[in-house]
Design a protein around this ligand. Structure first.
Ligand code: FE
Ligand code: FE
Length: 168
């Protein structure tokens, strides 16, 4: 793929996000299953629903723009999810694993936030107002998810600090 214009770059960014989101729909059920904390598990399940919507929005954008989204693999998401998989396979204390899962999930969200921020800015610059607005909606959901994960991590650390002798 030649990147001569900002259109080309936006097309590339959309393909990358599409691949990333599709990989994530396969990983989130695994992350939900690995989570011990009920709120964290529900959070992953909710984000899976949202992620299906993110895939659909990208398809809607591509269709409206007359472009295809196939044949590209987001290697960064592949790597991030591989690291999450490794973490899940480690023998771990449940609370510690949950904290690790939050870290893995936040890495994913930050990657997506960067990608959607870039794509949204490009779409706006190119006068693709509908695309920009759809990308903004997903960006808002990714940010919200990231904030919820931060809150959850804080509350879990506080609970652990309040009951340090629980298991010993
Ligand atoms: Fe997403
Ligand atoms: Fe990527």
């Amino acid at each position: 793929m030649k990147l001569n214009t900002l259109e080309d770059l936006l097309h590339h960014e959309l393909k990358d996000l599409y691949s990333a989101e599709k990989q994530l729909t396969k990983a989130l059920p695994r992350m939900a299953k690995a989570a011990d904390n009920a709120e964290l598990r529900k959070g992953f399940e909710l984000h899976l629903q949202q992620t299906h919507g993110h895939v659909a929005r990208l398809e809607q954008i591509a269709e409206g723009w007359g472009k295809s989204l196939g044949r590209h693999k987001c290697k960064a998401m592949e790597g991030l999810l591989e690291e999450g998989k490794e973490l899940i396979s480690e023998e771990a204390n449940e609370d510690v694993r949950d904290a690790g899962l939050i870290g893995a999930a936040q890495r994913v969200e930050h990657y997506e936030i960067a990608g959607y921020g870039t794509a949204r800015a490009l779409a706006a610059r190119l006068g693709l107002a509908d695309a920009a607005s759809l990308l903004q909606q997903t960006l808002d959901e990714e940010r919200e998810t990231d904030e919820k994960l931060t809150e959850l991590a804080r509350s879990m650390v506080n609970e652990a600090a309040a009951a340090p002798d629980q298991e010993g």
